[in-house]
Design a protein around this ligand. Structure first.
Ligand SMILES: [Zn+2]
Length: 125
């Protein structure tokens, strides 16, 4: 099993999640894991459990002080879903389950509509 498989199993990632990249800096004992949700994934509302539409992505950074003897930073693209009954909520992430030692360091506001890749002129303000 490679690093991706080991970390996926340890984090309890379902098929919904995918580790895109792992970066080790052995000199300082740091590992960065970059996690996204799989394309085409189906989501359920974290409140009531019924099917819900993906409406946005939020970037979150989580930290674990001793993950396989590394200081681990988990950079996750976490889906937000729009449930007809409950409104917009962030889906539950497996690494935040009870007993996990990952701590949420920060999150960025949900992005707006995708920006054009080329000729990007900032029209947000
Ligand atoms: Zn709901």
């Amino acid at each position: 099993m490679d690093h991706t498989g080991i970390f996926s199993a340890t984090l309890g990632l379902s098929l919904l999640w995918k580790i895109d990249r792992i970066s080790f800096v052995d000199e300082i004992g740091r590992v960065d894991l970059f996690i996204t949700c799989s394309s085409g994934a189906r989501f359920s509302c974290p409140v009531c459990g019924q099917d819900a539409q993906l409406c946005d992505i939020r970037e979150e950074i989580w930290h674990h002080v001793d993950f396989f003897r590394y200081s681990a930073f988990l950079h996750a693209s976490v889906p937000l879903v729009d449930c007809p009954a409950c409104g917009i909520n962030t889906v539950s992430v497996p690494w935040s389950r009870s007993g996990s030692r990952f701590v949420l360091l920060g999150k960025r506001r949900p992005s707006r509509a995708p920006r054009p890749a080329a000729n990007d002129t900032d029209t947000d303000g």
